[in-house]
Design a protein. Structure first.
Length: 440
């Protein structure tokens, strides 16, 4: 469960300003504000990542507000004399777990996040937006190579957006996927090799731990590098598909209808809260859309409107763009409620269908390193069942087991028979983790 009450940076900064106001020494006023949090039994680290995201979001909001206040008042002296430099906030996390494999998995993710963070020019929308014409040309070339029996080498990517996307796909699969596409597995091995070759120096410069911890982590990384499917009790792809990860398909989900039968009052309370959160999201988005100007509209959207309405004036284009943006916001708000209900919204149908058919996660639209099949599944809904059959064959023959889910003790302990993962990533994260408080 999330912290109650949640940590608010603005409240912490206000406390620091209040202390500074009663202190005459410069030592206190120049000292950066540090927020320290202990995670005992970090496990899959879902709460660590949520904390990092929320901390950064709050920090950005505070900085933006202070900058706006400074611009309005034209008085930076007041900001400097308030006892705290807004940008100088330190976050100190202490992460504890009894299993070295849990810490090693965290280390792999942090290394990938650190690499992703070096692409300062890549924005979030670049990672999730529709492919550019340049990318489409590259994908067509890759599809042609694939048809001729050649495999495009993703290492040849020179565009920073491509590299950032590659890291984002790695992070998605390392955290959620029991099985990895071939290129993603290869990328994971690259990261592990880098960590071993550098003795984890890229992380040790900002992560503090006892030498015995780093030694244990290194031992797990070496195990992941050298283990082979089907050897020394390490699971095979087929074993993983049949026994180790099963999405909760066909099981009853605790949606509003089921909850009404169990506890009508609780169901009404939940539904009211969902609708309240939805209306809050819509109100905030509506205010932002109403104030937006034409130069802030994404260029691809403007071009699309101009192509459909040649000769349209700027006011008409802005109005059409706002209408499209509002429609997208309403869809996302409905998806927000669907997630909390345990239902699947239309925008997630293809991912859910692929998960049900293959027990694997469908590669995102921006991922092309493993051939055109998965893009075809996304863009050919009428043929998806036949295409998913081809995907099952490709998964059985080419995908690899996600090493970061396993450690030597687990594989040696589970000699007696099949078992399922205690962490069912997609089912757990979509129900237990992405609850209303996190999504809000």
């Amino acid at each position: 469960q999330p912290c109650s009450p949640p940590i608010r940076l603005e409240h912490i900064l206000q406390e620091e300003r209040d202390k500074a106001a009663t202190t005459t020494t410069t030592e206190t006023t120049n000292k950066p504000t540090t927020v320290s949090i202990l995670f005992g039994g970090v496990g899959d680290a879902r709460h660590v990542y949520a904390t990092l995201c929320d901390f950064y979001r709050q920090w950005q909001s505070i900085v933006a507000q202070r900058n706006e206040d400074d611009n309005n008042n034209n008085d930076t002296a007041d900001a400097e004399s308030n006892g705290t430099n807004t940008a100088d906030i330190r976050l100190h996390l202490t992460l504890n777990d009894i299993h070295p494999a849990a810490i090693a998995r965290l280390v792999v993710v942090l290394e990938a996040l650190q690499q992703l963070g070096t692409y300062h020019n890549v924005k979030h929308q670049d990672l999730v937006s529709t492919a550019t014409s340049e990318q489409k040309e590259r994908e067509e070339k890759e599809d042609s190579l694939e048809e001729n029996g050649q495999h495009p080498n993703e290492k040849d990517c020179k565009n920073s957006v491509d590299e950032a996307r590659r890291l984002a796909v790695l992070l998605q699969y390392v955290y959620f996927g029991v099985l990895l596409p071939p290129s993603v597995h290869g990328h994971l091995m690259e990261v592990i090799d880098t960590l071993l070759d550098t003795n984890l120096e890229t992380l040790r410069c900002w992560i503090g731990a006892d030498d015995s911890v780093w030694t244990a982590v290194r031992g797990i990384l070496e195990y992941w590098k050298n283990c082979r499917e089907g050897e020394e009790w390490f699971p095979t792809v087929q074993y993983a598909l049949e026994t180790m990860y099963k999405p909760k398909v066909g099981e009853e989900e605790l949606d509003l209808q089921a909850m009404r039968a169990l506890d009508p009052q609780a169901a009404e309370s939940l539904q009211a809260r969902q609708q309240e959160q939805k209306q809050m999201m819509l109100a905030a988005a509506k205010a932002q859309i109403q104030s937006i100007t034409l130069d802030a509209i994404p260029p691809p959207l403007v071009s699309r409107i101009r192509n459909k309405s040649p000769g349209a004036k700027d006011d008409a284009i802005l109005s059409a763009a706002k209408k499209i943006m509002w429609q997208n916001v309403v869809k996302k708000a409905d998806m927000f409620v669907d997630i909390m209900d345990g239902k699947t919204s239309p925008g997630r149908n293809m991912d859910s269908f692929f998960l049900k058919e293959t027990c694997c996660i469908l590669p995102p639209n921006c991922h092309s390193a493993d051939g055109p099949l998965y893009r075809q599944i996304r863009h050919s809904p009428k043929e998806r069942r036949v295409l998913c059959q081809k995907a099952r064959e490709a998964i059985s023959s080419g995908w690899r087991v996600n090493r970061t889910f396993f450690d030597p003790k687990w594989t040696h302990y589970k000699k007696t028979g099949p078992d399922t993962l205690e962490f069912n990533p997609v089912a757990d994260v979509s129900t237990d983790f992405l609850h209303a408080d996190i999504l809000a």
